[in-house]
Design a protein around this ligand. Sequence first.
Ligand SMILES: [Zn+2]
Length: 470
Amino acid sequence: MSHPVDNAVSAVRTYIEQHRAAFLDDLAEWLRIPSVSAQPAHATDVHRSADWLAAQLKETGFPTAEVWPTAGAPAVFAEWPSGDAAAPTVLVYGHHDVQPAAIEDGWHSDPFEPVVREGRLYARGAADDKGQVFFHTLGVRAHLAATGRTAPAVNLKLLIEGEEESGSPHFRALVEEHAERLAADAVIVSDTGMWSEDTPTVCTGMRGLAECEIRLHGPDQDIHSGSFGGAVPNPATAVARLVAALHDEHARVAVPGFYDGVIELTERERALLAELPFDEAQWLRTAKSHAAHGEAGHTTLERIWARPTAEVNGIGGGYQGPGSKTIIPSSAMVKLSFRLVAGQDPDHVEQAVRAWTAEQVPAGIRCEITFRPATRPCLTPLDHPALRSVVRAMGRAFEKPVRFTREGGSGPAADLQEVLGAPVLFLGISVPSDGWHAPDEKVELDLLLKGAETSAHLWGDLAEHWRRAP
Ligand SMILES: [Zn+2]
């Protein structure tokens, strides 16, 4: 007799195989809508994309599927209650807008006319993010078919925004406005990837971001270096000293208080990251850099995923034209960005940077600092029940050990974590070669269907292993 898990795996796989063609036809129809949020000429297409998705989600079986307007492009919300009072509520996040694309950019086929070549579906949005949103529709239907249920085992919600490729300017307000309807025990972000075709991975966290511009003002105008040089403070020198003092000799950020609260990697997490088949030489080629450099005592993967950083993004001041101009410039500037990790509070980092800068700057130099709105970091512990479910579901679909990654970049998912107070998990099947934002964006069809399988296994697993307190 076969094990019930095996039966579930084959029932899901059979359903997905039987519905694969129709699923791909529907996805192609969606991919033909050029929902480019950055281009005003495509504003109606973004609306059309939202309407199309809402209709499709209704057809999938979601009793509720609505288009939510924002001050910019609309989002889509859908909800399917499980009818089980102790079942957790899960919110899936993704986006239906896409990056701009034109065949002249170097595409081998029309970016908005999907084609399959050698098991890959080429179209703008195939991986980022329509394909990864859409596999959940096939996944939930396979879940119902395989279990004989009429509603998902968890309370399933979807929030698919329309401005992610434009920096999600209205996302936070949208989430705050609808916080009650969006309430969830966990957020599943399907707008990410995995390590490679052969190594399925779950991303457990994302760094946050704080950014500022520091402007140092010296004399009220550029002044003669012969008449005044050596006897008054030079703001360009002050900026250079500031930047030089930003890191210590171990490449650690030297701003007092910067590391306050940082959640350090555990030995187990470090061991798990070290298991990934990471090729540093290959990574350096991708980085177009000629050496690796960073905080002492940490590997490259730890540095980009789990350590906070300070980077100089731009620096300037004084005369930069041809020939010489012997002045003491009136002002100089530097733009800094800080990647933050779990445990760090962006407000605290801002205060620390302000206090440190004020201390570095000599008398006679006035300092002006502007911070942009920050993005918080997020991290889900390895032993969180929802994370365990994602790993098991992915393991069943891929039939390979599932490893862990983190994301070094920052994104709007952090707003969901903060406003809804729910942990954020990342379930993505895209691979680095998918060409996000680039010509010939594609998704591997096998992996796309594995995504649907994962989704099909996930809802039952979550409901089984994670009961809500009555
Ligand atoms: Zn995306």
